[in-house]
Design a protein. Structure first.
Length: 115
């Protein structure tokens, strides 16, 4: 169960990330929330947050190209849907975490599971 975007709000803690102006369309932002490396993408004005480690062999997903709503792992070409974390293309078969994003007062927040 890695797709936290489906979790009830009461099970999540929303962490302030940055002003929305720091993540313009087409850009990406890297953050570490505790032991969770996360990359945020702004795709056509919508912001998505996923784990920054490929489930296949720990590739740096945040360095990958975006194709539609998929990020392409730069190591072996596995693909993941940034909206859900779902593995979409071999050799990746295991989903990665996807986190819900909220914009409040022009500030980005990411929801992670409560400890
Ligand atoms: S490490 Fe990402 S596809 Fe192999």
């Amino acid at each position: 169960m890695f797709n936290y975007t489906n979790q009830l709000t009461e099970n999540l803690e929303y962490i302030e990330i940055a002003p929305a102006s720091e993540l313009p369309n087409g850009e990406r932002l890297f953050v570490d929330l505790g032991d969770r490396p996360i990359v945020l993408f702004n795709i056509a004005g919508q912001i998505f947050a996923i784990g920054d480690i490929c489930s296949h062999d720990d590739g740096p997903l945040g360095d990958g190209m975006i194709e539609d709503h998929n990020v392409v792992c730069p190591r072996h070409g596995g693909e993941f849907d940034v909206r859900t974390g779902q593995a979409m293309q071999m050799p990746a078969v295991v989903d990665i975490p996807a986190y819900p994003v909220q914009i409040r007062d022009e500030t980005i927040f990411v929801g992670i599971p409560k400890a």
